[in-house]
Write a protein that binds this ligand. Structure first.
Ligand code: PLP
Length: 378
């Protein structure tokens, strides 16, 4: 690991001495601080924080949220809901359009906990109504501009039809309207992200007003990490569901959602080769560990990960002139600055700051904390 960094020390000290293959290193203190900061903002705004647990997928990390007063969560699959319900989470929204082929498993889950399901068509509601053997909460999925899925926020007629169909089903209770403004990931400034949050809240309120004739007032649920990190106050909504903020990552840092000091995960990757002529370092760490997600930075470089070095307490700041420039299944190619290239030896570790921590955690399935504890993904 370079002469000046004391190669032998890093090879044996915690947690680096435990690393044999690409390993997801977790800075617990940073993750807990991220939870604290989001929980405090939700409290100040008097909204429910229903964090998305697909980012960490870990019962142990879930407990850090519970200790901070969180009792309601979001997941993105039936399997994830089963995992967290079996770890005593009793209020779980499956924030993915209900999959009719899993209705039996959903029915079992609904007998064990309060489960929220997402609907965006009368057809789905009717199918579920015919097969569901227990009570569930129903959320209507609204598209406020991301255009992934959901009923357009101004298509009030469709919204009302789905609400009426839910009303007619004795096992379903309308919980509210839910949206994910993922277009914040395409924004080019913090101001734009804040503007998206406020426009989303406005559109959700208009959709709710349009529903009023069908009955009870309902909740508004929004949430994505960029906007939840950048607005000071969650105005005009009842619930927020950010997930990625627990770890953050390179993409969030480039968007401006977090500082480098808030990024709580890095992947320790062994150096396996060096190429003098191209000033490239080859690491054991590729698409099966990091995913193939990339970002372009301000200089137009296509980046598969940021580069940091192991340090005594965590890892260093990212080196702006070095980056993960290419990946194949197991290889990663680091384009290195002069100093990094000169001081890095085969057998050292580099810490790759992942582009998208949710995908990386899902692929690596185990965390190694800075003090050497291992925690698995459910
Ligand atoms: N809600 C839904 C429906 C989502 O799809 C996601 C993420 O994709 C989230 C909440 C959490 O957003 P983020 O990953 O930006 O924290």
């Amino acid at each position: 690991m370079g002469k000046e960094r004391g190669r032998e020390r890093w090879l044996t000290s915690q947690p680096w001495g435990l690393v044999e293959e690409p390993t997801l290193i977790l800075d617990t203190r940073r993750a807990i601080a991220n939870i604290e900061s989001m929980a405090r903002k939700a409290e100040r705004s008097q909204v429910r924080l229903r964090p998305h647990f697909k980012t960490h997928q870990s019962a142990e990390i879930g407990e850090w949220f519970r200790e901070r007063g969180v009792s309601a969560i979001t997941v993105s699959s039936v399997a994830m809901a089963e995992y967290f319900v079996s770890h005593q989470w009793q209020d779980v929204t499956i924030a993915f359009p209900v999959n009719l082929r899993q209705i039996e498993a959903v029915s079992h889950l609904c007998q064990r906990a309060k489960i929220g399901l997402l609907f965006e068509s009368v057809e789905s509601v009717r199918h579920v109504a015919a097969k569901l053997k227990a009570e569930a909460l129903a959320w209507i999925k609204i598209d406020t501009g991301y255009h992934r899925t959901g009923i357009d926020w101004d298509d009030l007629e469709s919204c009302r039809s789905v609400a009426r169909a839910i009303d007619q089903c004795p096992n379903l209770e309308l919980a509210g309207l839910l949206t994910h403004a993922g277009q914040t990931y395409r924004a080019s400034s913090s101001e734009q992200i804040r503007a998206i949050f406020h426009r989303t809240a406005e559109r959700m309120n208009l959709a709710r007003d349009g529903l009023a004739p069908t009955g009870e007032p309902v909740c508004l649920s929004v949430g994505d990490t960029p906007s939840c990190s950048l607005v000071d106050h969650f105005d005009q909504v009842d619930e927020v569901r950010p997930g990625n903020f627990v770890f953050y990552d390179l993409m969030q840092w480039l968007i401006g959602s977090c500082s480098q000091e808030q990024i709580a995960v890095g992947v320790a990757c062994p150096v396996v080769a060096k190429h003098d002529d191209r000033r490239e370092i080859v690491i054991y760490g590729g698409a099966v560990h990091l995913s193939k997600e990339f970002v372009y930075d301000a200089a137009g470089r296509k980046i598969y990960g940021g580069i940091a070095l192991p340090a005594e307490t965590g890892w260093t700041a990212m080196r702006s002139a070095s980056y993960l420039a290419a990946i194949s299944q197991e290889h990663g190619i680091v384009r290195a600055d002069k100093e990094l290239f000169a001081t890095t030896e085969i057998g050292d570790l580099l810490v790759i700051i992942p582009v998208h921590s949710c995908l990386t955690a899902n692929l690596l399935r185990e965390y190694l904390t800075l003090d050497g504890q291992r925690m698995t993904v459910g």
